[in-house]
Write a protein that binds this ligand. Structure first.
Ligand code: ARG
Length: 741
């Protein structure tokens, strides 16, 4: 009797509140109270929902910032606006400020007082609040509309709503679609344009392990950088750097916990994940694995080989290309791992099974048939059509646009248009802006590298793209040089205005439209990027997207209807999310076990003075020899470097705080792991881990390595044990039992 009653109550409960569990899911902070809170408490959270997200009182969300438009995340860790993020998030700032004399990439940088801090050139945004505006938008998007009309109408409603929301203050307002156009949310931000660079370790700490270790565990990287947010005398944001601005006093800053940790500790990550594709169809997986991703990997590898060979020869080129190399390499390895992961984990088959279940569910009810009958066939047809142009589309960007001189020529369009007008003012403005763009471009340009990249990319394009998809202009050019791409590069590069700072500046003294028009690099940009990619492929994709957008919107609507008791987390879209779980080890493959943390011992094990990726700085070695870890070692005397947890993050989350059950900072997230590289498309509970820098290593480097103790003094340090719910793994329990003996 009792049992039945309990089951009945449980069933009611299930119907009322969708079920969620830790690990998968990047949740919207405003729904934590309703969807996740019970589960979070079970995992070890000790805060109230209001301490996590509140519009009226200060809460955790007030210590989290979006960097720029969402390229990374940062957290505020002092009441003087000190902000922590990753080394790879600060990388371009470090790189841009490096010279051969002051090489911050190589040696690191530490501002010993506020006046030494360097304007960073990007802004940060705090989320003020978010609101569900679905009811203001969705009912106005009638079923009679095509997908394109729907999108257009949604945009116009969004613009009107934004205007209303933005009129009485100077906040930034954003409205974004969720669940593929089934829900809409508004986000209000306060943006600070004065951010300053405070400190970074040398790359031999901040990028230790380089591309070899990137996307992999076990890891030993001190991937952190410090910045500071500045505000005016009233603590209000300014649009840009102002000399007499003051360090910003935040609504909330995170205390830092340097106490011992255990496996199973609660871990929660706030941040700005950029994009995921968790609801991608089997058809989409097939195209990605077979065509798109191998093409990206192949082209990027060719580019990297050229970059790396030249960077090794010349320190100035090394500095100039460090950032370009890092971004090409990061997603070269990402896609390589993703393709392998999608295959190994049989993601295509899993998606197919889900789609089959969906189709069976649809077939059971005639109303469902009316609404959903075209979903799977639209996917099928849409991807068949897209697959015919995806290689060219990918090469247009990854091969053609990758050539720096072509991308500069592409930006010459604005100047060309202005030269054709008789508005002298407009002309002068266009020339001035072309000049400053060119200065910036050539400051970090290597003719030698770019010419080789051009030759390699043109060759790949000519050989790999079906002849009937290559424009006549391109084929004529190849014929003219009889397929000798090196010769073609030599000839074109020695003449073009887009490959030489002197020729460009001479040209800009007295610019004539004809000089741009007859330049081969401009012609390539115009034919392939503008006419082919933007116009032709753009028009074809618009037709294809009628099918695909329709299918993906309705598929998501359908599966949510099919499983009403399951809470589906929306895909990432550069809005603030929270993911929670615990510090956790894993088994990457049969018989192999990975512990949940690494120590400085591992840095020394990997050391290789002959390999630039594994050089250990002398000072760090010295501290290691003396075991001079200060208060940052754990109670066993170990210096922990990185740790893993089962949180759900993606690109954009880089720099996000890892927070314990009491709201204290325990680490900074910076990467994902190799065994779960398919994670942006399908989350693998047993395998997927977030890799973070342990905050104790960060503080150790700031304090003991850099001697920047004044920064530690700004923080609120807590040193008792992290709260824990003792869901320890068997391996750890055994280890502790052994220790006790
Ligand atoms: N994979 C990391 C991410 O995308 C970037 C790590 C940067 N380190 C490197 N060796 N490139 O967030």
């Amino acid at each position: 009797m009792k049992k039945i009653a309990l089951a009945f109550i449980a069933a009611l409960f299930l119907l009322g509140t969708p079920t969620v569990k830790a690990d998968e899911g990047m949740w919207l902070p405003m729904f934590v109270k309703r969807l996740n809170y019970v589960d979070m408490q079970k995992q070890g959270l000790q805060l109230t929902p209001e301490e996590i997200y509140s519009v009226n009182n200060s809460s955790l969300k007030d210590a989290i910032v979006r960097l720029g438009g969402g390229f990374c995340t940062g957290e505020i860790i002092s009441d003087q606006g000190l902000m922590l993020t990753n080394h790879h998030c600060g990388f371009s700032v470090i790189q841009e400020n490096s010279t051969k004399e002051n090489n911050y990439l190589r040696d690191g940088f530490w501002a010993m007082k506020n006046a030494d801090e360097i304007p960073a050139g990007f802004s940060v945004s705090f989320l003020v609040k978010m609101e569900d505006v679905t009811k203001d938008i969705l009912p106005l998007l009638g079923v009679e509309l095509t997908e394109a009309q729907r999108a257009e109408k949604a945009d116009s409603i969004i613009n009107a709503l934004k205007e209303v929301a933005g009129t009485d203050n100077d906040y930034d307002v954003q409205i974004k679609s969720f669940y593929n156009g089934n829900e809409y949310y508004m986000f209000i931000y306060e943006t600070f344009g004065d951010v300053r660079f405070v400190g970074a370790p040398p790359s031999s700490i901040g990028k230790y392990g380089g591309d070899t270790d990137n996307w992999m565990w076990p890891r030993h990287t001190g991937d952190f950088t410090l910045f500071r947010v500045y505000a005016d005398a009233d603590n209000k944001p300014t649009k840009e750097y102002k000399e007499d601005n003051k360090p910003y006093t935040p609504k909330h800053s995170l205390p830092v916990n340097i106490g011992d940790r255990r496996a199973g500790d609660y871990s929660m990550i706030f941040g700005y994940p950029g994009s995921t594709d968790r609801y991608l169809s089997s058809y989409g997986v097939e195209m990605a694995v077979n065509i798109e991703q191998p093409a990206i990997v192949k082209l990027r590898r060719q580019v990297l080989d050229i970059y790396e060979a030249e960077m090794a020869k010349d320190e100035q080129i090394y500095i100039n290309y460090a950032d370009k190399q890092a971004s090409v390499a990061n997603y070269w390895k990402y896609f390589k791992g993703q393709t392998a992961g999608l295959k190994r984990l049989k993601i295509y088959d899993k998606k197919k099974n889900e789609e089959n279940a969906f189709e069976a569910w649809v077939a059971k009810d005639s109303k469902r048939v009316d609404e959903y009958k075209n979903v799977i066939s639209n996917y099928d047809q849409g991807y068949q059509e897209l697959s015919k142009i995806i290689l060219k589309s990918t090469y247009d960007i990854e091969a053609i646009y990758r050539v720096e001189a072509i991308s500069l020529a592409w930006r010459g369009r604005g100047l060309l248009a202005a030269l054709g007008s008789d508005d002298d003012d407009k002309k002068a403005k266009a020339i001035a802006s072309a000049k400053s763009a060119a200065e910036k471009h050539f400051k970090e340009y290597s003719y030698t590298i770019d010419k080789q990249v051009f030759a390699a990319m043109m060759k790949a394009y000519s050989m790999d793209i079906p002849a009937d998809q290559q424009p006549k202009m391109f084929k004529d050019l190849v014929a003219k040089f009889k397929g000798d791409f090196t010769k073609m590069a030599d000839k074109i590069y020695s003449k073009s205005i887009f490959t030489s700072s002197e020729r460009m500046m001479d040209f800009l003294e007295k610019p004539k439209a004809s000089a741009i028009e007859k330049d081969y690099l401009y012609q390539i940009a115009k034919t392939i990027i503008l006419e082919d990619y933007v116009q032709n492929l753009g028009a074809q994709k618009k037709v294809i997207n009628e099918k695909l957008d329709n299918a993906s919107r309705l598929y998501l609507k359908g599966i949510r209807e099919m499983n009403p008791s399951k809470a589906y987390a929306p895909d990432a879209n550069s809005t603030m999310r929270v993911t929670y779980g615990s510090v956790k080890d894993y088994f990457p493959r049969d018989a192999v076990y990975y512990n949940y943390y690494t120590t400085i011992e591992g840095i020394m094990e990997k050391e290789d003075p002959k390999n630039p990726e594994f050089v250990v700085p002398a000072k760090l070695k010295e501290l290691y020899m003396k075991k001079d870890y200060g208060q940052y070692a754990n109670s066993k005397g170990e210096m922990i470097v990185n740790f893993i947890s089962n949180n759900d993050i993606t690109g954009g989350n880089s720099g996000s705080p890892v927070i314990n059950g009491r709201g204290e900072l325990i680490g900074t997230a910076f990467d994902g792991n190799w065994e779960a590289m398919s994670g942006d498309i399908a989350f693998e509970t047993e395998l997927q881990r977030t890799i973070s820098v342990d905050i104790r290593y960060t503080l150790f480097i700031i304090d003991k390595y850099a001697g920047a103790k004044h920064l530690i003094d700004e923080m609120k340090i807590v040193s008792d044990l992290s709260p824990n719910t003792s869901i320890e793994t068997d391996v750890v329990k055994e280890e502790e039992a052994l220790d006790a003996k």
